[in-house]
Design a protein around this ligand. Structure first.
Ligand SMILES: [Fe+2]
Ligand SMILES: [Fe+2]
Length: 280
């Protein structure tokens, strides 16, 4: 069959309107380190090229990353077959599959660090609920509002952390970001949609506006804590090595601005940023 939409047989296979595809290929990734003390040199492509202190930092960042991914699978698990609607159950199962893939992706980077990396992977896989590094990942999803607020607020912090790694100085990490970020977008949108439906439709959907509001007060402080200490030495070194783009405080401030607008649009209130905080 032929028609006006059918491209000639020898035309490059591109998706109309896509800025990420050019002439059938992907955009060439940036080869240079873009910020920090090594700005302008070629990105690091193998674990062997990293100086020991930078290697340690990449490992530390990946252990925390993988730990959050595996922990959230444990948190979502009880809702896989008890989320309120068929669509919600499907999205829950998709989120769990995505988080498992993100954990695998972080562990692949750890594997490049040989026996020490493998040792961390073994420890990560043995961790049970309640044994994780960050508080937000040791709390249970007791209500459906918890699922909504967690994906809306905590996953969104995850996105800020991933964006901070975009085009970073370690090539294998930089290249893992686009797919992870696109998958996380589904989680965020789902979280906001769960809270919105609870506010607008109440028990006709599931739960109530009060339950959604209580969940916001439970998860927002833990989400803000996830950015880490304001004067963190680790974050300063990560910027210097070209691994992260922002300080913890810069990222937290941008996040607060974004979620303040979003939450009031949904019809819910955020507690003040100092409320119930553990990490300052
Ligand atoms: Fe994830
Ligand atoms: Fe996620």
């Amino acid at each position: 069959m032929s028609g006006p939409e059918t491209p000639p047989a020898n035309a490059p296979r591109t998706r109309a309107g896509s800025s990420s595809l050019k002439d059938g290929g992907t955009v060439v990734p940036v080869r240079e380190v873009l910020w920090g003390s090594s700005a302008g040199v070629h990105k690091y492509e193998t674990a062997e090229e990293l100086e020991p202190d930078m290697a340690k930092l990449v490992v530390k960042l990946m252990v925390v990353q993988a730990d959050t991914e595996f922990a959230s699978i444990q948190q979502h698990r009880p809702w896989l077959d008890s989320a309120p609607t068929l669509e919600d159950r499907w999205i829950e199962s998709r989120i769990v599959a995505d988080e498992a893939r993100h954990g695998l992706q972080a562990c692949r980077i750890l594997r490049d660090f040989g026996a020490a990396g493998q040792q961390y992977i073994d420890e990560l896989l043995a961790k049970r609920e309640g044994e994780h590094k960050l508080d937000a990942f040791n709390m249970k999803f007791e209500t459906w509002g918890d699922v909504g607020a967690f994906t809306c607020f905590v996953d969104r912090v995850g996105v800020y952390q991933l964006r901070a790694f975009q085009e970073c100085s370690y090539g294998p990490l930089a290249r893992a970001m686009p797919l992870m970020l696109s998958e996380e977008q589904l989680h965020l949108n789902f979280g906001a949609s769960v809270l919105r439906r609870m506010v607008q439709d109440g028990p006709k959907y599931y739960g109530s506006k009060e339950e959604a509001q209580a969940a916001v007060r439970k998860w927002y402080p833990r989400a803000l804590d996830m950015f880490g200490h304001s004067n963190s030495e680790t974050s300063r070194r990560a910027i210097e090595y070209g691994l992260k783009r922002w300080t913890n405080e810069e990222a937290r401030a941008r996040y607060i601005e974004e979620v303040s607008a979003l939450t009031s649009k949904i019809g819910l209130e955020l507690p003040p940023p100092e409320f119930d905080r553990h990490v300052l």
